[in-house]
Write a protein that binds this ligand. Structure first.
Ligand SMILES: O=P(O)(O)OC[C@H]1O[C@H](O[C@H]2O[C@H](CO)[C@@H](O)[C@H](O)[C@H]2O)[C@H](O)[C@@H](O)[C@@H]1O
Length: 383
C-alpha cells in the first residue's frame, strides 16, 4: 500500500478493512485493498470469515483495532501529507485550473456530460433523505443540458434522484446504472421520449424487496443504521453508526446475504451497497447512454464524467480504456483513481460546469460571427 493510498482512505476505510479482512483472512496475510478500488465481496466468505457461527470474538476485536488505526484522523497526523498532495496535484490536476487544456482536447467533438449525484452535485450529509442540491446547482445543470447531452448517473433509485434534481431534460441512470430513462421533455437530445431505456436487473426486483425487509429487521437495533431501497439495489448506511458497532452491522448484513448468492456487496462512502451480481455498473451505463445518443462508434464524441465515489471508478475506467474524454474525481484528498482531473467539492463542480457553459456560449457566438463574415465575403465576390 503506498503512502498516497493510505492518505486517500475515506472515513469508511475502517469498515472497508474489516470486510476485506473478513474476506481475505487476517491483516497479516494480505494487505487491505487500495482505498479507491472497487471491491466485490463473496457473501459466503464474508460470513465464514466473520465467524458468525464459531465465535471469532478475538479476531473481531482485532479488526476493530485495525479499523480505528486506519481511519484518516489517525493516519493524517503521522504522514507527510504534502508529498502526497503534491504528486496528486501533478497527476490529477484541478479541472478548473486546467480548463483550457480540457476544452482544447474537446475541440471538434461533441461533449456529453455524465454527473454523479451525491458528493458531486450535492454535498454529503448525514441524512440521505435530505441530500438536496442547491437552486444554483440546479440552474447550472439546466443550462448545461441546453448545450450538451447530460445524464445523472447515481446509486440511488431513479425516482429519488429525480425528485432531488427535478430537471426533465436530462437522462437519468439510477440504481448504479441499472435503471436508465431518457429525457421526458425539453431536450434537443431526447431519444425515445422519456421511455425507460434499460433495466438489466428487472428480474431481481422481488429479491431486492425481500432482502430490503430482512435488512430492516436485522439492523433495527443498531442505532444510526439506515437501510435505503434503491429499487434494483440497496444501501446500508453506517455514517451515523458508532464505530464500535460497525463490525456488528457487517455481521448483520452478512447474515442476510448468506442466503442470496446472486447478490454482491460493494462499498461507497460510509455505505454498504448490495446489488445483483450481473455485469452492469456505471461504466456500462455510460457506454449504453453513448450508444443511445448515437455515439457508439464515433471518434468525435468527448464524454466527461464527474463523480466522487468508488462506483464512479467503473465509468472513469471505461473512458480511460476508450481513450475518449476523461473522468473528474471530486475529492479533497489524494485517491487511487482512473480519473484524469480533480475537483475538490460540489461548489467547484458548479464552477466548472458554469465555465463549460460560458465557454460553449462564446464558441457558438464566435462560430456564428465567422459564418456571417463568410457569407458577407461570398456576397462581395463576383459570381
Ligand atoms: O452514486 P451516488 O449518486 O453518489 O449515490 C451513492 C450513494 O449516495 C447516497 O449516500 C451517500 O450520500 C448520503 C447523503 O449525502 C450520505 O449520507 C451517505 O453516507 C453517502 O454514502 C445514497 O443515499 C446511497 O443510496 C447511494 O448508494
Amino acid at each position: 500500500m503506498t503512502k498516497q493510498n493510505v492518505v486517500a482512505a475515506d472515513a469508511n476505510s475502517g469498515i472497508n478493512m474489516a470486510i476485506t479482512m473478513a474476506v481475505s483472512g487476517t491483516a497479516a496475510q494480505k494487505p487491505p485493498p487500495v482505498p479507491g478500488s472497487y471491491i466485490t465481496i463473496s457473501k459466503k466468505k464474508l460470513l465464514q470469515n466473520l465467524e458468525i457461527n464459531s465465535g471469532g470474538g478475538a479476531r473481531i476485536n482485532s479488526w476493530v483495532d485495525s479499523m480505528r488505526a486506519s481511519s484518516p484522523t489517525h493516519i493524517k497526523s503521522s504522514l507527510p501529507l504534502s508529498d502526497d498532495q503534491n504528486s496528486w496535484n501533478v497527476d490529477h490536476p484541478s479541472a478548473l485550473e486546467f480548463f483550457e487544456q480540457i476544452t482544447n482536447a474537446s475541440k471538434g467533438k461533441q461533449i456529453v456530460m455524465f454527473l454523479d449525484y451525491d458528493g458531486t452535485l450535492s454535498p454529503i450529509v448525514d441524512d440521505p433523505d435530505r441530500a438536496f442540491m442547491s437552486g444554483a446547482m440546479r440552474a447550472t445543470v439546466r443550462k448545461l443540458a441546453r448545450y450538451f447531452p447530460t445524464a445523472i448517473v447515481s446509486g440511488r433509485c431513479r425516482d429519488k434522484v429525480y425528485s432531488f434534481v427535478r430537471l426533465a431534460e436530462l437522462y437519468y441512470a439510477g440504481s448504479h446504472g441499472m435503471d436508465i430513462k431518457g429525457p421526458s421533455k425539453g431536450s434537443k437530445y431526447k431519444k425515445g421520449a422519456g421511455a425507460v431505456l434499460c433495466q438489466p436487473a428487472s428480474e431481481y426486483l422481488p429479491m431486492i424487496d425481500e432482502v430490503y425487509k430482512e435488512l430492516l429487521e436485522v439492523t433495527k437495533d443498531t442505532p444510526g443504521a439506515k437501510v435505503e431501497n434503491n429499487k434494483f439495489c440497496l444501501s446500508v448506511h453506517f455514517r451515523c453508526v458508532d464505530e464500535k458497532e460497525w463490525i456488528e452491522l457487517a455481521k448483520q448484513v452478512g447474515s442476510v446475504l448468506e442466503s442470496y448468492p446472486n447478490l454482491r456487496l460493494t462499498e461507497g462512502r460510509k455505505v454498504l451497497e448490495i446489488r445483483p451480481t450481473i455485469k452492469w455498473d456505471k461504466g456500462k451505463a455510460l457506454e449504453f447512454l453513448l450508444e443511445s445518443l448515437g455515439y457508439a462508434n464515433c471518434t468525435d464524441v468527448f464524454p466527461v464524467y464527474i463523480g466522487d465515489d468508488r462506483t464512479d471508478e467503473d465509468a472513469f475506467k471505461v473512458l480511460r480504456e476508450r481513450g475518449q474524454g476523461f473522468g473528474i474525481l471530486v475529492s479533497k484528498t489524494p485517491k487511487d483513481t482512473n480519473a484524469s482531473y480533480s475537483l475538490q467539492e460540489p461548489s467547484e463542480v458548479m464552477a466548472f460546469l458554469r465555465r463549460l457553459v460560458d465557454w460553449k456560449k462564446l464558441s457558438l457566438r464566435r462560430q456564428f460571427r465567422m459564418r456571417r463574415q463568410l457569407e458577407e465575403i461570398k456576397m462581395l465576390l463576383p459570381n
